[in-house]
Design a protein around this ligand. Structure first.
Ligand code: MSP
Length: 489
């Protein structure tokens, strides 16, 4: 049965260009979105940028630009990267967009306020600008925030607090019952342990005179809505929640049949699996169905950082190897459920071994044999190849893997099939056989074309352009004009 499928990336902070970690989140979502579209599901893929933050103000100042110009420029960079990576989003939301985003946030605030869940309190604490959050003494190392290497500021101010603590039990119940799935299991356990300890109320606004950006609190212009309450609401404001034109919201969110899934990195689990469900429960709105949590991408076993000089720029990799190769690496060589590593060396090795040699070679060999011997693909060949056990097994395993969000396994099975096909060429040696048993040789070549067609179809969600190119070459019965993946030395 056709499904309704809504998938989101987190909205990215535009205080710097996107790095490979962000490219990873986006690629995972794109693979899932493409897979569902191919299956015929009605699919909506949302991404965007998280702009109402002091980080942006600081970055713009450092670049000597006004915030508006700075944001417009960096959004172009984001979209440029997405285009090179083939990220097929349906909407890119910007939280500074007063028409599409703000009405949803205002409506969300009003609903939570109507429940009596927002309360003005005086708050004194240590505030980390990098985190955009108050942090505790315990988290500091040498008096500094370990993530941002900055000393926190002591702040005392009036904030509206969201009574999140009140929803601890209800959120726990939703996760335990599976109504809200947190995948993988280890992250589910992590959030359940947090809920077991009890959630604290969270600051939801800041004094308007202390921040330069943000959406004014409805009915109290002395306060501005704080970044997380603003940012999380993007997932529904983008669909029209709080606006008259809310058809997308009704279809993709407020619909028991819609499969809704947020893909996030492990650092923002608490926001998504505690604060966001708390907000939605308070506002009387449906929860997402699944939160899929991935690990971090490291380089040489270490977190990528400017100081270590080990940041890998996705654009650099794309310029050298192409967007499809980057998608390939992220999908297959990083495991979604754990931290994954990448270095320039590991990338090149995977590229040469599996793309230049593995897939690229198979494509060239097969199409060369077919073109020189005028072997064309026919419906009969297609049916015969699809009936082979190896093809059936691959499809089944791929489908199961994607159901479990195991993208790595879903690509691994294609390469297993590539290897089987290589072995078939080795064993049958159709090119040599032409002289001794032409009929069998031509039959082998046909079967190889059929298998290549199956490989192309199975690659579609992961490497859409490569899949299209292989399909074109088969159809036109041509050898690639140049190797699909030229070897790199
Ligand atoms: N703006 C917030 C999200 C708000 S969503 C309502 C934010 N932005 S971010 O730009 O800092 O991060 C966006 C995503 O990138 C997060 O899911 C984060 O986990 C992910 N990653 C950031 N660094 C990463 C790696 N090194 N590896 C993998 N993903 C990483 O958080």
């Amino acid at each position: 049965m056709k499904k309704i499928f809504f998938i989101t990336t987190p909205i990215f902070y535009p205080n710097a260009n996107l790095h490979l970690g962000h490219a990873y989140t986006s690629t995972v979502c794109d693979v899932m979105a493409r897979y569902h579209r191919i299956a015929g599901d009605e699919t909506y893929f949302l991404t965007g940028s998280d702009e109402n933050t002091e980080k942006v103000v600081r970055a713009a100042r450092a670049a000597g630009k006004d915030a508006g110009t700075y944001l417009d420029e960096i959004n172009i960079n984001f979209k440029n990267l997405f285009s090179k990576l083939g990220i097929s989003y349906d909407q890119f939301i910007r939280t500074t967009d007063e028409r599409s985003h703000w009405p949803g946030v205002v409506e969300m605030w009003k609903r939570i306020a109507a429940q009596g869940d927002l309360e003005k309190r005086s708050y004194k604490g240590l505030y980390c600008v990098g985190h955009e959050a108050f942090i505790t003494e315990k988290e500091l190392i040498g008096g500094k925030c370990p993530d941002h290497n900055e000393s926190p500021q002591i702040l005392e101010e009036e904030n509206y607090f969201f009574k999140l603590s009140k929803y601890t039990g209800a959120i726990k119940e939703k996760i335990e019952s599976g109504e809200l799935k947190v995948v993988p299991e280890s992250r589910r356990n992590e959030i359940l342990a947090l809920l077991e300890r009890g959630l604290e109320d969270v600051s939801f606004s800041r004094p308007a005179d202390k921040v330069s950006v943000g959406i004014p609190v409805p009915g109290d212009p002395s306060q501005k809505i704080y970044v997380w309450a603003d940012a999380l609401t993007n997932y529904i404001s983008a669909l029209g929640f709080g606006r008259k034109d809310d058809a997308l919201y009704k279809k993709f969110w407020d619909n028991p049949d819609a499969e809704t899934i947020h893909v996030i990195g492990k650092d923002i689990l608490r926001f998504h699996a505690a604060i966001w469900p708390g907000m939605l429960l308070s506002a009387g709105l449906p929860l997402p169905k699944t939160i899929l949590v991935h690990g971090f991408i490291t380089s040489g076993g270490k977190k990528m950082s400017k100081t270590l000089g080990n940041i890998i720029d996705p654009l650099e990799l794309i310029n050298e190897y192409g967007g499809e190769a980057v998608r390939y690496y992220l999908a297959r060589h990083i495991s979604l459920f754990e931290d994954g590593d990448i270095t320039h060396e590991s990338f090149k090795e995977a590229y040469n071994g599996n793309l230049a040699n593995g897939l690229g070679n198979l494509v060239s060999r097969t199409l060369k044999m077919a073109a020189t011997n005028d072997v064309e693909i026919t419906d009969e060949i297609k049916i015969k190849t699809a009936k082979e056990k190896s093809a059936g097994d691959m499809h089944k395993r791929q489908e199961q893997a994607l159901k479990n969000f195991d993208i790595k396994e879903a690509v691994d099975v294609v390469w297993n099939y590539v290897s089987l096909t290589d072995e078939f060429i080795q064993k049958e040696a159709p090119f040599k056989k032409l002289k001794t048993n032409k009929e069998s040789a031509l039959e082998n070549m046909g079967l190889l074309l059929g298998r290549l067609e199956i490989i192309a179809a199975a690659l579609q969600p992961f490497m859409p352009n490569t899949a299209k190119e292989i399909q074109r070459l088969i159809k036109e019965n041509k050898m690639p004009e140049k190797p699909l993946f030229p070897r790199k030395d």
